[in-house]
Design a protein. Structure first.
Ligand SMILES: Nc1nc2c(c(=O)[nH]1)N[C@H]1C(S)=C(S)[C@@H](COP(=O)(O)OP(=O)(O)OC[C@H]3O[C@@H](n4cnc5c(N)ncnc54)[C@H](O)[C@@H]3O)O[C@H]1N2
Ligand code: MOO
Length: 417
């Protein structure tokens, strides 16, 4: 059975994700930025080490650098970090040495000071040091000319530590993505409107604020265009502005089968938009398309309006798509880590859609990973979502689960964390 005609005609989450990734071409424009600001950015040009790390043989301990094996050694001086010993040790000679200090010429081992007794200039020890003991070798971490991190890597704190240790002050990265964010709906009111002034059926435009926060965590520049009433002219203007000033547009709502959905009509005038029905719960309706412009195209992600559905589809589908768009290589585009956990409560589920229930997972007193679902699992229920720390991922074709069953959980990572 092909995915498109799978049971009830819904597209699987995996197939939808793959289609997004396959149809997106990464941006190519780069910029040079200080290393200290590079966390989260994608490396665009190779960085080769200009030196060995460590740059010289140095001590792993505070203690004594020794030449050869001997009953006792004569102390000849000291080698401190930044102040190496100038001479060469002969057999039976030693210097004081501190952690990180250069191992003097002639020394072939270091004894930690806890094992040593110094009387005058005579050094004895409670046990012999082995050849090479406590010496960190020149170039054992990185050698001169070595590529430090691959192009396409998403730069993380350990990368920054490595590049800084190699003296790299600036890096060439792909530019930040630009998002345009807007909401559409007569019922939506901006934050700041007093609750007493909301009309019947009005709600706060909460999705835009949550999506803004998520996009910020994804290190995206955001053009927040605000909230528009269901007026085709205004919606058209907003989409043209969004298209011309962003790499992608995100909206929520209006992707299902409602009546006042001018969004669809306007988008179909401006570009090619597909309305998908996904085998995901929550988040069945989802729109994806492209709005052509003179210098390329702008992607469009239409998330479902229900607040939990909007965030779940952002997390499961848009985040991987944005990783491709921002140029992250495949190796660095790993899906969120999944764990197995034991259910603390039963779950009702109908086969047909992969269910991303909101849950709380932790290790119990016996060290077993357990999970309980949080709150009513409706796509409008935010209180349960807010008290959750993971998704409980229930397979598409699965049914009810019982207390004690082992299930898959996906702990929240950025931008949910
Ligand atoms: N006859 C059908 N009705 C619905 C279907 C269906 O297949 N057939 N699918 C349901 C599912 S599943 C979802 S999810 C929703 C998605 O609908 P839309 O994306 O078209 O969204 P709206 O109808 O505009 O709104 C749905 C819901 O979300 C609230 N909303 C919208 N925007 C915001 C916002 N910016 N901030 C907060 N909340 C927002 C809106 O008030 C509605 O309550 O459709 C089902 N219906
Ligand atoms: O995505 Mo809809 O949220 O399944 O309600």
């Amino acid at each position: 059975m092909s995915d498109a005609c799978a049971e009830n005609g819904l597209r699987s989450v995996e197939a939808a994700k793959q289609m997004l990734i396959d149809s997106i071409n990464p941006i190519t424009e780069t910029e040079i930025i200080p290393l200290s600001q590079a966390c989260g950015r994608v490396l665009a040009a190779p960085v080769l080490s200009a030196l060995n790390l460590p740059p010289c043989d140095n001590s792993a301990m505070d203690g004594y650098a020794l030449c050869g094996e001997s009953e006792r050694y004569t102390l000849m001086g000291k080698s401190l970090a930044g102040h190496p010993f100038a001479g060469t040790l002969e057999p039976g000679q030693a210097t004081r040495i501190t952690t990180g200090a250069a191992v003097p010429a002639g020394a072939d081992r270091v004894q930690m000071q806890e094992n040593c007794t110094l009387e005058g200039d005579q050094l004895t020890m409670s046990r012999p040091a082995k050849p090479g003991e406590n010496i960190r070798r020149r170039g054992e971490d990185v050698h001169t000319g070595q590529s430090l991190i691959p192009v396409g890597a998403k730069i993380k704190v350990p990368h920054i530590a490595l590049l800084a240790a190699a003296g790299v002050a600036e890096v060439t990265v792909l530019r930040k993505l630009k998002a345009a964010l807007l909401s559409i709906g007569d019922e939506l009111k901006p934050l700041g409107t007093p609750a007493s002034e909301l009309g019947d059926g009005d709600i706060y435009d909460s999705n835009r604020i949550a999506l803004y926060a998520a996009l910020e965590q994804l290190d995206v520049d955001i053009l927040d265009l605000g909230c528009y009433p269901d007026q085709p002219e205004e919606i058209r203007e907003a989409f043209i502005h969004a298209r011309n000033n962003a790499d992608f547009v995100i909206t929520s709502g209006g992707v299902s089968v409602g009546e006042a959905d001018y969004t669809k009509t306007v988008l179909q005038e401006l570009g090619e938009i597909d309305f998908w029905k996904l085998a995901i719960k929550p988040g069945k309706p989802f729109a994806f398309g492209r709005l052509p412009k003179t210098n390329g195209e702008t992607l469009f992600f239409g998330l479902p309006g229900n607040p939990v559905s909007a965030i779940v589809t952002l997390y499961q589908l848009v985040v991987p798509a944005l990783e491709k768009l921002r140029g992250t290589s495949e190796q660095y585009r790993q899906p969120p880590v999944q764990l197995r956990a034991r259910l603390l409560n039963g779950i009702r589920k109908k086969p047909g859609r992969t269910d991303y229930q909101r849950g709380f997972t932790y290790r119990d007193g016996d060290g077993i990973q357990v999970v309980e679902t949080r709150g009513i699992q409706g796509s409008h229920i935010l209180s349960g979502f807010a008290s959750a720390n993971c998704f409980v991922v229930l397979p598409r074709e699965g049914g009810d689960c019982e207390t004690g069953d082992w299930v898959t959980v996906e702990p929240f990572t950025a931008p949910l964390k």
